[in-house]
Design a protein around this ligand. Structure first.
Ligand SMILES: CSCCC(=O)C(=O)COP(=O)(O)O
Ligand SMILES: [Mg+2]
Length: 240
């Protein structure tokens, strides 16, 4: 289906939308799983690591959980692809180092980058809102197969700085940060619950349904749906 909007900002989900869930689960998850043990034992005093460990303990209700127990919980969340904030924080630390070292290069579907460049050139602001941490998002866009894409991106939002992706309030926070009216902001995601929350906050919302992605069969509810970014035509009044 083709859709057309007049908007000033586009906010992008990553997994299932710009990029393959299979890549995240098959490449990034094992990379973090192998490194959690050392992170939790050798770097537990680093503020970000300590904060995430505290959040895991709170979430599981075990204030004395040791490194081995925390690692077990993180690996269980990985198996479920659970988007728990401390898991994402710890993954973000490990992945950012992996991208910087050249061990990892991110993945984007073929249709995505040409369209993002077109929108950016047209003056449409591009931001990211993903369960992946801001550190992970920054590394993901900086280390793409086509090099550093961060110049295309205005803002990075995650479950820490914006809140849960299925709550309208999170989208209202992003609206305040972007300074773009809700009705002139378009959200692209594969998950119907996220699209519902964005729409409840007054945003335009389009579902991205890519064959083979986990949410393909379920669909995107009553939201307009596209299979690729080529099916989205945008105009803008923005002069940025
Ligand atoms: C660069 S973020 C890596 C992907 C990830 O961990 C994740 O949870 C993405 O979830 P999304 O909200 O983008 O579907
Ligand atoms: Mg997604």
């Amino acid at each position: 289906m083709s859709v057309q909007y007049d908007v000033d900002a586009v906010v992008l989900d990553i997994e299932g939308t710009t990029s393959a869930t299979g890549f995240v689960v098959d490449v990034l998850y094992p990379y973090s799983r192998k490194r959690f043990g050392a992170l939790l034992t050798e770097r537990a005093d680093e503020p970000e690591v300590a904060r995430a460990i505290g959040q895991v303990r709170d979430l599981i209700g075990e204030p004395d959980a040791d490194a081995a127990r925390i690692e077990q919980v993180l690996n269980g969340w990985l198996d479920e692809d659970r988007k728990a904030t401390p898991l994402k924080t710890l993954q973000g630390i490990v992945w950012a180092e992996g991208f910087a070292r050249g061990d990892l290069v991110s993945h984007f579907y073929d249709d995505v980058l040409p369209v993002l460049r077109t929108w950016h050139t047209a003056g449409i602001g591009l931001s990211v809102y993903s369960s992946g941490s801001v550190a992970a998002q920054r590394a993901w866009f900086a280390s793409s197969p086509e090099g550093d894409l961060l110049p295309l991106v205005d803002g990075l939002y995650d479950t820490e700085n914006a809140g849960p992706k299925q709550e309208a309030e999170s989208y209202r926070r992003i609206t305040a940060a972007l300074g773009v009216p809700a009705g002139r902001t378009l959200f692209l995601s594969d998950r119907p619950g996220e699209l519902d929350a964005a729409r409840a906050a007054g945003w335009r919302a389009v579902g991205v349904r890519r064959p083979g992605e986990p949410y393909y069969e379920q669909g995107v509810g009553d939201h307009p749906a596209v299979a690729t970014f080529d099916e989205i035509t945008l105009s803008t009044r923005s002069t940025q």
